[in-house]
Design a protein around this ligand. Sequence first.
Ligand SMILES: [Zn+2]
Length: 381
Amino acid sequence: MPIVPLRPLLEASNKYKFAHGGFNVNAVAQAEAVIEVHEMYRSAAILQAADLANGFMGGRKDFLNATIEDKKIGAKRIADAVRKIGENSKIPIVIHLDHGKDFESVKAAIDGGFTSVMIDGSHLPYEENVELTREVVKYAHPKGVSVEGELGVLAGVEDHVFSQTSTYTNPMKVCDFFKKTGVDCLAISYGTMHGASKGKNVKLRKEIAIASMENLRHEGIFGALVSHGSSTVPQYIVEEINQLGGDIKDAYGISINELMSVIPYGIGKINVDTDIRMAVTRNVREYFIENPSKQKSNEIGDIWSIMENNKSAFDPRVYLTPIMDTLLTGNEPNSDISDITNCVRRGVKEVVGTLIVNFGSFGYAPKIEKVSLEDMIKRYK
Ligand SMILES: [Zn+2]
């Protein structure tokens, strides 16, 4: 199946009241694993690359300084890889831009082959957010590409987009935003938080989701809600990392029960990034400790050195740079490198598999309407 826009997945999750996970990827091996585990559970798959992740995939180890040119290269690289892996897949697969920060970044993703994009204008005054989002919709919809906007500000840090305070989404403005911009889905701020330190026992303001969806229904507007900053940060993984010499402190996520309780109220996509990073970190640490000779390997020993110098690091982009070429291309020139990519694959499958079951997306792939980008072009007209 060719890669598809996000819209038909949102329609299915609204109709059947489940959520799709949106899983961030920063390497070809990760993309392969995300797709494989979704195939296993017969769930549609949403692979996401954040704006800065595209800079990383553009070959920039110092991805915080990535230019628009780097992002263009990276966006095309990840979209091409996903398209190739998904070519013969039986499930619908979406490649989505997470937190596009401006029109140029969104354009780089769409031109590179993404089938869905987020434009995050949530830091702007309302009217400017509407204006920017509308501009993106005007570029995306004539190409069949789906668009996610954001209203309200989440606290926390995600790819170094930092906000000290949270401003919850105003459900009264949700309809107006959908009407004026034409977005397909909207990220709301209702108590979730970016990053690994969300604090203990976070309670979600589910009435914000309920009121938003009710307002949309009254106006007869289709819309799905998206939950960002929703990693569950499994405590067993944090404990294991620390037992393996890591130093992760104050890492708490949103409890899976809280997340599951909001899904029936219109949360159609739940973004998860941190959990995958944690599981991969645990696996790589475990591998080096169980195979001490590999700590000095010419091919991968530098990975261990970086990890030992950054015991609190759990972003694989920090410590996997010695195998950058493999991350970008998927080539695995020797068995040491394959050992590491297998750590990555297993970490992805553990976390993503668990969440596919919890979010309830398993088994729904065949029920999702087969809608191509071309079909969506006609529909948007
Ligand atoms: Zn986010």
